[in-house]
Design a protein around this ligand. Structure first.
Ligand SMILES: Nc1nc2c(ncn2[C@@H]2O[C@@H]3COP(=O)(O)O[C@H]4[C@@H](O)[C@H](n5cnc6c(=O)[nH]c(N)nc65)O[C@@H]4COP(=O)(O)O[C@H]3[C@H]2O)c(=O)[nH]1
Length: 548
């Protein structure tokens, strides 16, 4: 990703990162406000059901108490008893006695007016006949509810069935399951109440917030205007939005910090490329059967002006992401040629493996760089191996073209870090490869009972089936080397043999190794078909061995 793209993507991510916590907090504020308000309304509805049940129970008890007394109807004792029950029972305003459907007397005395018993709107399960609206004859007050049991009748105020102290604006109704409204507060809309009875549920609609409770054959409904919700919403937002803003600020700060770091890393990398601060170390590759050093892997190092060395895994990912890897590969190639030109010309069986990035493989330009660098030198193409990781094969068609061209030019091609990426057997089969490097993570499992330890022999078997030479990377112990020898792995690379070292040290290492293996023949070099290389004979004669 180049600089301006990086800035653009970071700004985009920062905007999303800043908006996200605010949106989440807005959502939480809303859902908390709705939940809180609905809990409040539900509580009112529960209290209304409780009040309605208390009223019914009181009335039922009074009626059941007076009916079996068998007092002389409308006698002074009878009227006194009715009055006593009326005074002592909160829910009862008046008790009346009926005979043949006509009111004879009430708790206030004998009745000489003609009053007929009103027909019941509904009858409860235990036989109480309820008439919702009757006009009291004696007190001449507001409409009341009449509840009749046999010859006695009680008048009660409907508000007894919703007798709950609610905040102003909250509407309350207690309704039977059949839809008869027993009592209401603050005049809830009748249509709305009917709708809620048909499908009782807590909900928020365009105008109202609604909660309902169903119990004992009754439904209590509490309703408040939706605008009330906004008061609660503002309270929630006052708490949650500052938290969201703080998280958003943290995200933006982290992104700005990351961007500045990346830009400064990118800037430093750019300067390092211009100043050619990259050098190459060489890690020997040894033929396992003979112990002969047959080559080395070129490993880039960033040498800062203060002399400190930066490991490749700290800058290669950034270089690959930003496209700066291409000039770095060029500098590696130039270093290999400058460092080992004479040695490679003198030792024809010696090879150097150069790492190519995914971009190098995709564009194919690294091949042109190698060819240009080898021009006018005595280094032969087969002495330069090209290593590509599985990431380099993501664009399999361009990878195939580059690898085919590389092999046609005489280079051996290796797949690096095998097993850590996504390569499949079909990839391996379809790409022109000479060798496979088993990643250190698999070598580490040798002799252990880790879950992946069983994979190593499969990789070896697969490479052999595909006739690829094998290089085992990161060999650190004799046990690993013995295992690899037993499985006929051809080449090894690792600290058991040598760490990566500067060119002069590598040349000395190589000469020493050569002297130790006087007269021994290396037999297992990969051979690209287009420029076949004969088995190399290692000698310690003054005359360098020739190939081809
Ligand atoms: N612990 C342990 N480590 C061992 C052992 N033997 C080898 N190694 C390390 O394993 C890495 C092998 O290189 P790689 O898999 O190509 O992995 C390389 C390669 O992917 C990348 N890299 C290095 N040089 C270049 C380069 O010139 N171009 C590109 N594109 N990538 C490079 O950076 C990675 C890391 O390179 P290095 O830090 O040099 O680390 C090297 C090497 O020093 C061992 O026995 N034990």
């Amino acid at each position: 990703m180049n600089r301006s793209r990086l800035i653009f993507v970071t700004i985009l991510l920062a905007l999303v990162g800043a908006a996200l916590p605010l949106v989440i907090m807005l959502y939480f504020s809303w859902s908390r406000a709705v939940t809180d308000e609905q809990s409040r309304l539900t509580l009112y509805a529960q209290q209304a059901i409780l009040r309605a049940n208390i009223s019914f129970n009181e009335i039922r008890s009074a009626l059941h108490a007076i009916e079996p007394l068998n007092l002389k109807p409308c006698s002074d004792t009878h009227i006194a008893r009715m009055r006593q029950l009326t005074v002592n029972t909160r829910s009862i305003e008046e008790i009346g006695y009926f005979r043949d459907g006509k009111l004879q007397c009430t708790s206030w005395g004998r009745n000489d007016k003609y009053v007929e018993q009103t027909p019941a709107d509904f009858v409860t399960a235990d036989g109480l006949e309820v008439t919702l609206r009757v006009s009291p004859v004696v007190t001449q007050g507001n409409p009341m509810m009449a509840i009749q049991y046999r010859s006695h009748n009680v008048l009660t105020v409907p508000s007894r069935f919703v007798d709950v102290i609610v905040d102003s604006g909250v509407q309350l109704a207690t309704v039977t399951e059949q839809g008869f409204v027993l009592g209401e507060q603050n005049s809830p809309d009748a249509m709305l109440v009917r709708d809620i009875v048909a499908a009782p549920a807590n909900r928020v609609d365009d105008d109202y917030l609604i909660a309902s409770v169903r119990a004992s054959g009754l439904i209590a409904i509490a309703i408040e205007p939706r605008s009330y919700l906004f008061k609660r919403l503002r309270q929630e937002q006052l708490i949650l939005l500052p938290i969201g803003a703080a998280i958003a600020a943290l995200i933006v700060a982290a992104m700005v910090w990351g961007l500045r770091r990346r830009l400064s890393s990118l800037g430093e990398l750019n300067v390092a490329i211009k100043r050619r601060e990259f050098i190459v170390h060489y890690q020997p590759i040894v033929e396992l059967r003979t112990g002969l050093c047959v080559g080395a892997e070129a490993l880039v190092r960033w040498q800062r002006p203060d002399g400190s060395m930066v490991r490749p895994d700290l800058f290669i990912p950034l270089a690959e992401e930003s496209g700066l890897i291409l000039p770095i590969t060029d500098q590696v190639i130039a270093h290999v040629v400058a460092d080992l030109r004479a040695t490679l010309a003198a030792e024809r069986h010696l090879h150097i493996a150069i790492n190519l990035s995914a971009d190098d493989i995709k564009t194919g330009r690294a091949l042109a760089s190698v060819q240009a660098a080898l021009k006018n030198t005595d280094i032969e193409a087969q002495q330069i191996w090209l290593e590509a990781t599985e990431r380099g094969f993501m664009d399999v068609n361009s990878a195939r073209v580059t690898l085919t061209n590389a092999r046609a030019a005489g280079h051996a091609v290796a797949i690096d870090d095998f097993g850590t990426g996504y390569s499949s057997l079909s990839y391996l089969q379809s790409l022109p490869l000479d060798s496979l490097k088993i990643d250190k993570s698999f070598i580490d499992t040798i002799g252990t009972d880790s879950a992946t330890s069983s994979v190593t022999p499969h990789i070896i078997g697969m490479a052999k089936t595909l006739k690829l030479k094998i290089v085992a990377e990161g060999v650190e112990t004799q046990e690993q080397a013995d295992y690899l020898r037993k499985h006929e792995v051809e080449f090894v690379q690792g600290w058991l043999y040598a760490k990566a070292m500067p060119a002069t040290e590598f040349i000395a290492y190589y000469q020493h190794n050569l002297a130790q293996h006087q007269g021994i023949v290396a037999t297992t070099l990969p051979v690209p078909p287009a420029a076949p290389m004969q088995q190399a004979t290692v000698s310690i004669d003054d005359d360098p061995p020739t190939s081809g």
